[in-house]
Design a protein around this ligand. Sequence first.
Ligand code: UDP
Length: 363
Amino acid sequence: MDYLIVGAGLFGAVFAHSVRERGKFCLVIDKRPHIAGNVYTQTIDGVNTHKYGAHIFHTGDKAVWDYVNRFAEFNNFVNSPLAIYRGELFNLPFNMNTFNRLWGVKTPAEAKAIIEKQRVDTPEPPRNLEEQALALVGSDIYEKLIKGYTEKQWGKPCAELPAFIIKRLPLRWTFDNNYFNDPYQGIPIGGYTPLVERMLDGCEVRLNVDYFDFIKKNKKIADRIVFSGAIDEFFGYEFGELEYRSLRFETETLDIDNYQGVAVVNYTDKETPWTRVIEHKRFEFGEQASTVITREYPAEWRRGLEPYYPVNDERNNVLYQKYKALADERDDVVFGGRLGRYAYHDMDKIIASALKAAAEEEL
Ligand code: UDP
């Protein structure tokens, strides 16, 4: 083999496809019983179910959009999630519909006046997420739509979280419920699993294979390794553990055709134990008689659980740099993906970085 690719998620699959196109042979292994990593979709009662949480593809990068469209046809789904706070319902992202529901205002000027009054002056740059939120959106939005959700999701007070996490939640002065600002958005028709399967065409794929066991017995299997698992685990936690956030999903089929009328509802109060409820059929405008829903619960990460989110605060970023220095010394291994690079990247960023990493290979 030219490459041993560890992890059949988006990073691994895009990298594999890219070097395969240039005539290289890849063995792709994954410890899970399926391909596609966290974008895996499984058909349950006729509904393509996002098994590891909602994955809505969006990008501003035309090259990435053209690239993914080679592997699947994308529909015209637009993410317009709702937020429920103690029984009150709001549109996201924060836009004129949200402001109208919060304060009864009807014009951008009225909304701006209220937010201006509620905005809090904080040091520049803000030292944490709470300061960032209060400076950007003021107290009402912070209390009802950010604080509870964020503290549940990350398991820490907002005052201890890095500000960058909410940079992508800007205020919008129009009646526009499209969550993303990107020009390209959609869901691959038929789900993500067939898309990844097409990327892996021509590669050997072995599932239920743990890299650390496998490599002990197959030291010379490939010239190069592409590793998309956790970088601290790769190096045997030599400098200690990086921190991650995990998730727990509860999925059920309901014998009704319409549960919540929208794909994603965020529960932004602190009392509701889950952060979101996904109604999967809405991603593909399904007309099935029943519906599949998933409640997403944030969870403490410990070894053995899936690490979904890196916690990119200062302590962890410093620790990551130590692992990265070790990684840089390994010219036989390419590290990639959310876990290999310890970065809170969306799907399009992962694809762009995999294409870049593959392009840098001297073939
Ligand atoms: N967020 C929030 N309220 C919401 C949705 C998001 O405060 O209703 C904040 C929260 O801090 C969260 C961040 O925005 O961690 C990113 O949210 P998003 O849903 O985009 O993250 P995902 O988990 O989908 O990557």
